[in-house]
Design a binder for this molecule. Structure first.
Ligand SMILES: Cc1ncc(COP(=O)(O)O)c(C=O)c1O
Length: 417
């Protein structure tokens, strides 16, 4: 790597070696090489405090929640509901009534699609998304369109991967009932101008859902400041366990929405004639929830708060800058997604080499990147590529690892000429 790039340092002091020691998996070797994990956008690794919180819960406190008078059930309930309050504080929601635990971002968006949109929308109504959405923020709306006769509109992006805000605003009209946008694109790294999107959508009377899966690990999200109506994210991209995520929803909206799934916990009374439903947030949490996941997510939030989201973001931005500058020097590499404001996601192609071949050679060097369409096929189509390779950085990555990525890519270049 170029010496000037290696020497440049992030603004704040950030002890990445100390952070790395918290993540046991990073000590692993893969194919005889030290693991270089550059796939945190797909799923981040878990630090010891998260692993230990889950183990502690499983060893000492597990029982089913909400329905027991015995000590363990009460402990489990306290842990689970305590985790909900931790989430509320993390995103600055007004009340725990607004925090629904889901399996992840995907389920959170489907909940809004099926409960909010399906029960209200009809012919002539429109849902507006953008051209850079993950499939999780496209397909649920297509399903609602099929179910209700409403129409899906798509706001375009430019060749840098930025939303064309003027075009987005032009597409808003009194017909627009819901706007569903990513906070950060997983395929391109683009950070969307959310404040302006929310303001414009609200000015047209539309409700806004934000897919925050890729934003929450990299920036402080304050749902009250954003004024979004719904905000969805997954624990496993925020250094927490898989199988748990969050739907934040404005109390007044959630209160008026019908339940989505039926079963235990979401009811108040059941007879064969009719059932009545529980209060928020449990109305949307049918069945036994993922208690240990919630406990792990709360621990992950404590962990990132202790490191400081600003410090994490500063460190990642430095890695992104170094990696972007270095990859640009490798012949044949094209970076897909060059927005002015990006999170730490670096998608690229290399002339004459299929991204899967890039990924395979990198893997042999111990470097884990993701290759494929990243669940964003329309983005691939727009950039006229079948797939990209994507390196994504988390709180534990180092400039040295960026160097290993670059060296491995130079090997790919040599193999393919
Ligand atoms: C932008 C975005 N939205 C939604 C999702 C879906 O998240 P999950 O699979 O955790 O539900 C992802 C996952 O990659 C994502 O990056």
């Amino acid at each position: 790597m170029a010496a000037n790039v290696l020497q440049s340092a992030p603004a704040q002091t950030y002890d990445v070696e100390r952070v790395r020691r918290d993540f046991p998996i990073l000590a692993r070797h893969v194919h005889g090489k030290p693991l270089v994990y550059l796939d945190s956008a797909a799923s981040s690794q878990r630090p010891l405090p998260v692993i230990e919180a889950v183990v502690r819960y499983e060893k000492n406190s597990h029982s089913n929640v909400h329905r027991g008078v015995h000590a363990l059930s009460q402990e489990a309930t306290e842990a689970f509901e305590g985790a909900r309050d931790r989430v509320r504080r993390f995103i600055n929601a007004h009340s725990t009534r607004e925090i629904i635990f889901t399996r992840g971002t995907t389920e959170a968006i489907n909940l809004v699609a099926q409960s909010y949109a399906r029960s209200r929308f009809g012919k002539g109504d429109e849902i507006l998304i953008t051209a850079l959405e993950h499939h999780a923020n496209i397909v649920p709306w297509q399903m609602v369109c099929e179910q209700t006769g409403c129409t899906l509109k798509v706001a375009p992006i430019d060749r840098r991967g930025e939303l064309l805000l003027d075009r987005f605003v032009e597409l808003l009209s009194p017909r627009t009932k819901l706007v569903a946008v990513a906070h950060v694109s997983n395929a391109l790294g683009t950070v969307l101008p959310l404040k302006r999107i929310v303001e414009a959508a609200h000015a047209h009377g539309a409700v806004v859902l934000v897919d925050g899966a890729q934003a929450v690990p990299h920036s402080r999200v304050d749902v009250r400041a954003l004024e979004a109506d719904f905000y969805a994210f997954s624990s496993h991209k925020l250094y927490g366990p898989t199988g748990i995520g969050v739907l934040y929803g404005r109390d007044s909206l959630l209160e008026a929405m019908p339940p989505w799934q039926g079963g235990g916990d979401m009811i108040r009374t059941v007879t064969f004639e009719r059932s009545t439903y529980n209060d928020l947030p449990w109305k949307f949490e049918a069945g036994t929830p993922n208690m240990s996941g919630a406990v792990g997510l709360a621990a992950a939030m404590d962990y990132v708060d202790e490191l400081g989201l600003d410090a994490i973001a500063g460190h990642e931005q430095h890695l992104l800058k170094v990696a972007t500058s270095e990859l640009t020097r490798i012949p044949g590499i094209e970076i897909i997604g060059t927005a002015a404001h990006k999170a730490s996601v670096l998608s690229f192609t290399m002339t004459g080499v299929h991204p899967h071949d890039i990924g395979t050679i990198l893997d042999a060097e111990g470097v884990a990147v993701r290759t494929g369409h990243h669940c964003a096929m329309p983005v691939m189509e727009f950039f006229e590529v079948p797939a990209t390779a994507r390196a994504s950085f988390g709180c534990y990555n180092t400039v040295e690892e960026v160097g290993k990525l670059v060296a491995a890519l130079q090997k790919v270049r040599e193999v393919f000429g």
